[in-house]
Ligand binder design. Structure first.
Ligand code: BGC
Length: 377
């Protein structure tokens, strides 16, 4: 090799150290992350923020810490594995891990350490998901906006670097940058996600990094999400359509409270849901149409991994309907080669939107049929 060629080879090598561009493609498959269980209600959604006055929302109280110390235990992790799930998606909030800029909470990080050790023991893969960051609480209005505030953005990046530092020796843990990105300018979110990816890549070439689109990770926004030339970036979306069914009689949304209506799935008779301008019946064809942008994404980017990171139904939706819904969403995902993670294991009674799949006391699946549906059987 002449000197010039050798010089270029060295430069390319240096550039690739900071990217994952040289790694082999996954071929669009995410081994070990095919059917997952979401864990909310523990380090996120631990209480109903929207009834607290604004100046009290970001406080952590003695009761909150007691909850973090006790809500999820080794036995929960053991059960999730024994049912047949292969990964867990652990949601946590920024304030639960970060006391002040650059000052992290050892007490709660220790809970994550323990959780990781339990997952290692039972053989579950892990997604760490920043569920509520400062300036991006998905279900309450806020004055500060992550996408417009450089100081918050720096804290966001610093938190991920801290997580990378702590879990650097756990190469298989996936980092999901931000849950339910609000309805912000997609370019602002693409730019922040890009910064975070570059920062993490500079420390770890192989880390799985998960990014979803704006507007609560809804499928219609997938086309506005940047595509990275990086086989270790995973793309995600959420599926909650039809909201009238999945969020029925929920206490966080005014319309759900107002209509206060029991909705079944499937339902051919949508006239019954009088407030609904869309006349289509609720059935598998309806779900397929709501997920069409995800299928299109897979068609356009067969080598990229697209993961359905969240979907589910409120706990008090009719039992049979919950099973039917999970079965149909999962069968559509599987037909299109999309791995998935159900939402969620257990919500606390004081979370606004209880999407629990297990019983509060026994922590057993609410029914054998629901478990089978969630496993895609
Ligand atoms: C949020 C969860 C919430 C769920 C049901 C999702 O978009 O990420 O925190 O529990 O919606 O409302």
């Amino acid at each position: 090799m002449n000197k010039l060629l050798r010089f270029f080879a060295v430069i390319v090598g240096i550039i690739q150290l900071g990217t994952a561009a040289g790694l082999p493609s996954s071929g669009g498959k995410w081994q070990g992350f095919e059917r997952g269980m979401g864990i909310g209600g523990w380090l996120t959604n631990y209480k109903r923020f929207n009834v607290l006055p604004e100046n009290k929302r970001l406080d952590l109280t003695v009761g909150d810490f007691e909850h973090f110390d006790s809500f999820i235990t080794e036995d929960d992790v053991r059960k999730i594995k024994s049912w047949g799930f292969d990964h867990v998606r652990l949601g946590f909030d920024q304030i639960v891990l970060e006391e002040a800029p650059g000052k992290y909470r050892e007490r709660t990080f220790r809970k994550i350490d323990e959780f990781i050790a339990w997952c290692d023991k039972y053989g579950l893969n892990i997604v760490l998901n920043l569920h509520k960051s400062l300036g991006n609480y998905c279900d309450i209005p806020e004055k500060i906006q992550l996408m417009d505030d450089e100081i918050l953005q720096n804290r966001f990046i610093a938190l991920w670097l801290e997580i990378e530092r702590r879990y650097h020796d756990h190469p298989d843990i996936a980092f999901e940058l931000l849950n339910d990105v609000r309805d912000v300018d997609p370019e602002k979110w693409n730019a922040l996600a890009d910064r975070a990816i570059r920062a993490i890549r500079a420390k770890n070439r192989e880390r799985w990094i998960i990014v979803g689109p704006v507007a609560w990770n809804n499928p219609p926004e997938l086309p506005s999400l940047r595509i990275w030339d990086d086989p270790k970036v995973v793309y995600t979306f959420h599926m909650y359509a039809p909201g009238e069914f999945t969020h029925q009689r929920g206490v966080l949304k005014d319309w759900a409270l107002y209509w206060n209506q029991i909705v079944v799935y499937p339902d051919k008779n949508c006239d019954r849901i009088k407030h609904r301008p869309d006349p289509r019946p609720f059935d598998k064809a309806y779900l397929a149409s709501e997920m069409r942008n995800a299928f299109e994404f897979k068609r356009q980017h067969p080598d990229k991994i697209l993961w359905l990171g969240e979907f589910g139904t409120i706990r008090h939706a009719p039992k049979e309907s919950r099973i039917n819904y999970m079965r149909d969403v999962i069968s559509l995902a599987k037909e299109h080669g999309i791995p998935y993670c159900v939402w969620n294991y257990l919500s606390t009674p004081n979370d606004g939107n209880r999407f629990s799949l297990v019983d509060d006391d026994t922590r057993e699946f609410l029914s054998e049929e629901l478990l089978k549906a969630c496993l895609g059987e």
